[in-house]
Design a protein around this ligand. Structure first.
Ligand code: HAM
Length: 410
């Protein structure tokens, strides 16, 4: 039986990989310019990192983790990372980075794993590109992080995406808000969808971004709207949020405030944000992020404010202009594999992209291939080898020239 890729996973190759490479290259360039350094953390971690870090009440921890015993007699389970914030925080604490002077700024690119129902824009293995910034409590860090996301998207010619922001407030504000939401939703408890009935107990704020039409309708009622849209955050949190808004205005970053934006991971406090594209259908978030000032301490480090985001690479891929496959510099047309190999080696050492025929096929066949993949063909027939010259054909104009050395050839 033919073995196929697992449901919700995908092979990336051929023309598609060029666009992926561009996404990764632009991320490196844009984030490095803002002094974020790359960090690579393992794809599996102790399960507890995520159950504590991402939060027991999140969908990710509740139903989406790939958790298993690595050996039949192992005592502890491990989990394939469903996201990378917890892993970066673990590394930050483990390598004593709390002792260094802030900020510490990281970016990453890599696969994440969530056992979700696969659909357009939602996979079980997907890639994220993201950044995490530690040590700065001021809103300037939130602005820096949102700016990095927007500049990266601009570098991919994605200019008209919706930036939505909200402030969940500090843990105290969040608790008060949770209590008011519970109170006002109490009479509607039986009408909520099954998931929201559970959320009502575990994490009532998540009811605010439920996609179920009936739940959405309930949230439209006047008394509930009044609670949602009331300014519930404390003065300090309000000042923080106002400062962020001012920075974004100064940076000409268009944003809107979405009071229903609460995010699905438990670690957020104060700023949360998402960047959305109408081109994406129901899974329309390209980027999600926010501040998580309590997470480092919760995972055993010194109290350290932090903020970051992650973007789904498959979702990015689906909306950006695709890269065209580019032609290689030279295709060597020859019946002498040894000489063709030697010439390829010399040209590659000089930085050129070179291929040749490995099977000594007829010249006509080799020229056919050359015309498809290369800008130039170098003919290396018996005459050329015996008399030590090269014939080079520009495959665009058809012009053929004879040269005596590799330097002349280049
Ligand atoms: P998240 O919202 O769970 O946040 O994921 C971020 C992005 O990853 C989403 O906006 C989406 O583009 C992509 N994504 C998530 N799940 C899938 C999936 N199943 N298939 C395809 N793409 C997906 C986080 O992961 C946080 N760690 C972000 C963060 C970093 N917050 C602070 N720092």
């Amino acid at each position: 039986m033919v073995i196929k890729a697992q449901r919700g996973t995908k092979d990336v190759f051929g023309d598609e990989i060029k666009t992926w490479q561009k996404i990764e290259k632009n991320a490196r360039e844009v984030f490095s310019k803002a002094c974020f350094e790359e960090i690579k953390t393992p794809v599996f971690e102790a399960t507890e990192l995520f159950s504590r870090g991402v939060g027991e009440s999140s969908d990710i921890v509740n139903k989406e983790m790939y958790t298993f015993y690595p050996k039949f007699d192992s005592k502890e389970t491990i989990t394939l990372r469903p996201e990378n914030t917890a892993g970066v925080v673990r590394a930050y604490i483990e390598h004593n980075m709390t002792r260094q002077s802030p900020p510490q700024k990281f970016f990453y690119f890599g696969p994440m794993f969530r056992y979700e129902r696969p659909q357009a824009g939602r996979q079980r293995q997907f890639y994220q590109v993201g950044i995490e910034m530690f040590g700065i409590k001021e809103a300037s860090a939130d602005a820096e992080v949102i700016l990095a996301a927007v500049e990266f998207l601009k570098s991919l010619n994605l200019n008209n995406l919706k930036v939505e922001i909200n402030s969940l407030g500090c843990p105290k504000c969040k608790d008060d808000y949770r209590a008011s939401i519970k109170e006002v939703l109490k009479p509607y408890l039986n009408e909520l969808c099954d998931e929201c009935k559970v959320r009502y107990i575990k994490n009532p704020l998540r009811i605010l971004d439920c996609k179920n039409e009936n739940c959405k309708k309930i949230l439209e009622s006047k008394e509930i709207k009044e609670v949602i849209y009331k300014d519930y955050i404390c003065n300090e949190c309000k000042e923080h949020f106002d400062a962020l808004k001012k920075y974004l205005d100064e940076l000409n970053i268009n944003y809107c405030i979405n009071k229903l934006l609460v995010r699905g991971l438990d670690y957020y406090s104060r700023t949360v944000f998402e960047i959305k594209s109408d081109a994406l259908g129901s899974q329309n978030a390209i980027c999600g992020g926010g501040r998580y000032d309590g997470l480092v301490e919760m995972l055993g480090g010194n109290p350290t404010p932090a903020v970051g985001f992650a973007m789904g690479v498959e979702r990015l891929y689906s909306i950006i202009k695709k890269e065209q496959p580019s032609k290689i510099d030279y295709f060597i047309v020859s019946n002498n594999t040894k000489e063709a190999l030697k010439l390829a080696q010399k040209l590659r050492q000089k930085g050129k992209i070179v291929d040749f025929d490995y099977q000594n096929r007829k010249f006509a066949k080799q020229f056919e291939k050359a015309a498809k993949v290369a800008k130039n063909a170098i003919v290396l027939g018996e005459d050329e080898i015996n008399q030590e010259y090269y014939s080079i054909k520009d495959l665009n104009s058809g012009l053929q020239t004879r040269v005596n050395s590799i330097d002349d050839l280049i």
